[in-house]
Design a protein around this ligand. Sequence first.
Ligand code: AMP
Length: 400
Amino acid sequence: MTASVFVINAGSSSLKYQLVEVASGEALASGLIERIGETTGVATHEVPGREDVTEHRVISDHEHAFGWVLQQFDRHGPDLDGANLLGIGHRVVQGGARFDRAVRIDDDVAQQIDDLAPLAPLHNPANLQGIRSARATFAGYPHVAVFDTAFHLTIPPAAHRYAIDATVAAEHRIRKYGFHGTSHQYVSRRMAALLGRPLEEVNSIVLHLGNGASATAVRGGRSVETSMGMTPLAGLVMGTRSGDIDPGVIFHLHRVAGMSVDEIDTLLNKRSGLLGMTGTGDMRDVQQAADAGIERAVEALEIVAHRLRGTVGAYLAHLGRTDAIAFTAGIGENAAAVRAAALEGLEGLGIVIDAERNAGRGERRISADGSAIEVWVVPTNEELEIARQVAALVAPSVVE
Ligand code: AMP
């Protein structure tokens, strides 16, 4: 009999879900509910091979959203009772220094996710809202939290500690946590499989380039360095986030430009990156503008590539020996020009891109035959990774 996991990603006003068949990795259904709590919400339920259902309606809260979801499964399938649901997997952004793996949610775990809210004020409270509503809706099923940070808890102290007053750091839990861990874990594991070598023997650099972007150095299946920090603001240039910036800029903006902390927070998280530099946070539009010769778009792409190249260079040094570089997520999987620019001029370090392979589609090697370090495009699948981790925890025999 097939076994499935219901995967949930709850935001403050949104709810994304996918029913994943564990063995095949297929999505049996997926959906997205947006503008929860606003005057009109939008809800979509998709079942492969059937027409999508979209409704514009008021959705007052997350529990209400789950009610709508159950109704769609009832009306449009698939039959949840026939799906042999093993459990519910919840994406949780911040697991702190405590959660180094997926964990079954009980009241104590829910409380700890709440306690971590100061470290992820935008995400953990929303994730917890999703958890509370889902536990009420899917009572009787095991609920599992899968943390974005967990994969990175293997990063050694030299890489995860900041060079600040140790007492302040300890008191306020200030350290690098890293994010996108589920994706980095999935892609690095897949990378080893594609190379046909045991995970323990493969060193790779994973470049997750989407709206949010992060790089991770993975040694033998364990994260040893990553570009995001205590928050997802650090590191690479993103859709609306600045990535790395001299912290002194923040004092300057406050003292000299008269901006409040909240204004600076919004500036760096929501109005910077591609959006701040070009007026659009969408890489496709930036590329189009650059192709049309708009100077600031051309420049933005150069900044993106410069930051990527520097990160790859640093991670080559941290790993010592690197077998492969994997590009993933919206930009990593689709933007050939970004991949080419990021690795341009690295032939001397054993990285040679094949232009024709780079221009192709789907999961594939894009490095030239003689490239000492293989370069791949590996589509990520965070829902499947979450589903597998849930199954491994609640029904190990299913994933053996
Ligand atoms: P994600 O957060 O993984 O969904 O990635 C979103 C980002 O991927 C956005 O900046 C999109 O513009 C970008 N993206 C998606 N498809 C393409 C494409 N064909 N070419 C360039 N960028 C793309």
